[in-house]
Structure formats: C-alpha cells, structure tokens
Design a protein around this ligand. Sequence first.
Ligand code: HEM
Length: 376
Amino acid sequence: TTMDPKRPNSTQIVRFKPSRDIDAIITARFLLRSEPSMDDRTDGGSLEYDYYRESCPRAERIVREMVQELYQVRPRGIPSLLRLAFHDCFVEGCDASILLDPINGMASEKDASPNELLKGYDIIEAIKFEIERACPRTVSCADILVLAAREALLTVGGPFYPLQTGRRDSMISYAELAEHQLPSPFIDLSEILSSFGARGFNERETVSLLGAHSVGSIHCKFFEDRLYNFSGTNRPDPSLESRFLNLMRSRCSKFHSASSPKLSVAPSPSVRAAGLLAPPMAEPETVMSYEGLGPRPAEGPAFGAPYYRSLLEGRGILFSDQQLTGSEETGSWVRAYAWDTALFRKDFAETMLKLSSLQVLTAPNGQVRVNCSKIA
Ligand code: HEM
C-alpha cells in the first residue's frame, strides 16, 4: 500500500509529535523504510520503535521533560549530552560503556584523555534516577544516552529523528580504545575521513555529523596553538583570517580567566533534588563557541547553516573543523549545508540515527544497569 508521508497512519508518529513538517516527513520515511540495507554498518536490526511501550511507557517522556527542564537552569549542559553520546557510540558502539566508573582491574573510558573534558554524566544519572523510580531495572543507560542526545538536539533547534530502542548496557569500559579511537581536534581531513569511514560514514555523512559543532563550547586549549604557535612556528595558523584571529585571541589570552555560567531561572524541585544546579566543576578555562560567531541572518535557523558558513569564511575554530573545506567533495557538502537547511536537517537526522545505532548490544547480550556508572 502507498501512504502519503505527510499523513502517516502510525500511532507512533502521532505520539512523537515532531515539531516541524520536515521532521514529520523524515519520521514517516524512516518508519516506512524496509529492512536496513546490508551495507549499513549498524547492527540496529533488533532494535524496535518504542521498545518500552509496555514495560515503561513513560520512559521517553521522562527523558524529554528532564532535558527540557535542565535547559532552563543549565543551558550549557545540554550540548554536552550530544557529545557524550558521540563519544560512547564511536567506541565499540552505543552501549553506555562511557558511563562506567573505574573499578579494580578495569580502567574507565571516562579517564581516557579525549574524554577529559566530557560533561553530562550527572545529567544522565539524574534521568536514570527518575526512570528507575517509574520502572525499576527496565530501561538501559545506553538507550537513555541516545534519547537524551536527541532531546538535547531538539531543544537547541536541531532536527528530530525517530530513534529505535532496546539497547543494552555493556559490562566493559573500553578505556584503551577510547584513548586511540576518538578523533583529535588536531587531525587533518584524511584522518577525519578514515576515522569516520571506519564506522561506515562516507564524506557527506561525516560533513553533516560535524554540524553538531553548531552548539556548545570549546575550551581554548583545543585551538590556542593556532593563535600563538601553529605547528611550532611561534606564529598563528596562516589560514586564519586576521579579524577572526584577533577575536579568538581576545577570548583566549595566554592567561585564561575562569568563567562559570549564571543561572537565571528558578529550578523545579526534581532538578533541585537531583543536585543539577551548578556545573559539576568550575570551568577551567575560557571557552569559545560557534554560536553568535558566524554570520547569522536575522531570521532563519541557527542550527547548522551558521557553522558551515563560518567554515566557508575560514572561521573554523578547531583545526579539524576547518579541514572540512579542504577537498572538493567535502567542501561541496559544506557549501550545500551552508545554504540548504532542509537538506542539512534531513542528512543530519539520518546520520545521527546511524550514529545512535552503531554496534548496539541487544538482549540477551549485555545488561540493564541500575546505576549507570556501575555494572549491575
Ligand atoms: C573530527 C571529529 C570531531 C572532533 C575532533 C571533535 C572535537 C571536539 C572538541 C575538541 C570539542 C571541545 C570540547 C571542550 O572544549 O569541552 C568538541 C565539542 C563538541 N563536540 Fe565535537 N568533535 C568531533 C565530532 C563531533 C561529533 C560527530 C559530534 C556529535 C555528533 C560532536 C559534538 C560536539 C558537541 C555537541 C560539542 C560541545 C560540547 C559542550 O559544549 O559541552 N563532535 N568537539
């Protein structure tokens, strides 16, 4: 039977209430899609839409509400959820291995150097706490992690994507692999492409995924070599446009000042109870963000296009970001996404979905942790 994708007859679609037409169309397309293709390197075959519909029908709503509430009191914590999911999924798949604390005999991914400044663990714990109260020992941390990332994206204006659930949690933390497999901000285009390529992402998909850098903040230490001592030359990166160089230097002097976000909205009891008010630790250094940096039109979406336009102007903050304009193929996608918002939102939704189902563990493998930082 043929169906009009704008008028899906699935109750699942209605329940998700995607915020925009384009999101509804994407949702419908995914739901109507036949079996995942074999060259899709995701193992998402045994995940299901609304896996918890009977065992924990409120699960997805709890995630959504907690993320939205947190956005009111700690907006800067929200992008970290997206990064957390990326760093989990990129290393041995989306299995919440990143959330495990070290125990005797097992080092933790948390302590691997690429994860040094990762935040958001406390947010996931708080969401898990609420979900455990509603349905004990039912919803995996791995599902909560990718659901929270999706809600975080929606909150900051990103596209919706219909996540399947049913992931299970790993019993191992892959500290050694995290140390070597997470991409560094100092790598060049070929290294970026081979890192993402190894996980099944082509050039177009890689360029779209990096659009996640539309939100959040970046500590000076990840790019100050470009401002003061590029490749040991004692000079700035010659590719940096001079006004941009000055702007970045004004934000990142050689002597960092501490900064901490101010709260402006009264927190709700559940957020207060979860102790999620203050950032978990003081921000060690000044930070820089793409938001407000690039040329942003008076109207129009803030998620996506300004990031790619910054790159076209040579205003990439990270060396690795700017690398995306470095080849014909990737550069053409940067240009496309800088101007075609609908295309970007569609591609980004698809690649986030792919990222969120990389090498997942499903029953009977893995487990459902009770406390996300400890093996059950
Ligand atoms: C070549 C690939 C990538 C590199 C080298 C990279 C590197 C970085 C670095 C160095 C930061 C700054 C962290 C800090 O200062 O606290 C950052 C932030 C961030 N990254 Fe990436 N990243 C990459 C890809 C991605 C992808 C694929 C996603 C998600 C799909 C992502 C999401 C984020 C987010 C949301 C932030 C902001 C975090 C916050 O504000 O707390 N990144 N990234």
